[in-house]
Design a protein around this ligand. Structure first.
Ligand code: ZN
Ligand code: FE
Ligand code: FE
Length: 184
């Protein structure tokens, strides 16, 4: 099955090569990865509310809720990226995000009602952010290489928000650790 898929991508690309020139392999890879992160972001819009609910610190809950709003924007921004290229995002599953969310949910379950619950949530959330930062950084660079300027701009915007979310989580972790140190 996987082999067949690969062959069909190849023949699809070969046909495009003849009509569009040299960039079509990269363009096809770009569209595949766009579809992957599109699904990943949608998975996240369902997972983040559960993480927020499990958080003990109000600061952490608010940070996750804020990032949920941004994540919803990331979904629609990806639709804008596709529109800017006159393409449609195909629907496919991001197995990596599925795994990251599953691992995060297990972590939360295992540390529920312990003093480490927020640390567990932050760890899971930062793994997710790093996956997204890597994906958007790569996508934006490819878009720049192919001269898809509007797409590149939108992708960089999201990359920056993912980085900011990651940094925010680090600072929440520090402030939770400081609070705990004062209570001892
Ligand atoms: Zn995102
Ligand atoms: Fe993925
Ligand atoms: Fe994110």
């Amino acid at each position: 099955m996987a082999k067949q898929n690969r062959q069909s991508v190849k023949s699809r690309v070969r046909m495009q090569d003849e009509s569009e020139g040299m960039d079509s392999h990269l363009h096809q890879l770009f569209l595949d990865q766009l579809a992957d992160i599109y699904d990943a972001e949608q998975q996240l819009t369902k997972a983040l509310p559960k993480m927020a609910k499990a958080a003990e610190s109000e600061e952490l809950r608010e940070a996750i809720e804020m990032h949920l709003e941004e994540t919803e924007e990331h979904v629609s921004r990806l639709e804008q990226v596709a529109q800017s290229l006159d393409e449609k995002l195909k629907s496919q599953t991001c197995p990596a995000m599925k795994g990251l969310i599953k691992e995060g949910e297990e972590l939360v379950k295992d540390h529920k009602d312990t003093s480490a619950i927020d640390a567990a949530i932050i760890a899971a959330a930062q793994k997710v952010e790093h996956y997204e930062i890597a994906t958007y950084g790569t996508l934006a660079t490819w878009a720049e290489q192919m001269g898809h300027d509007e797409a590149a701009r939108l992708l960089r915007e999201t990359e920056e928000e993912e980085s900011a979310a990651d940094e925010k989580l680090t600072s929440v972790a520090e402030s939770i650790a400081n609070e705990r140190a004062h209570m001892e």
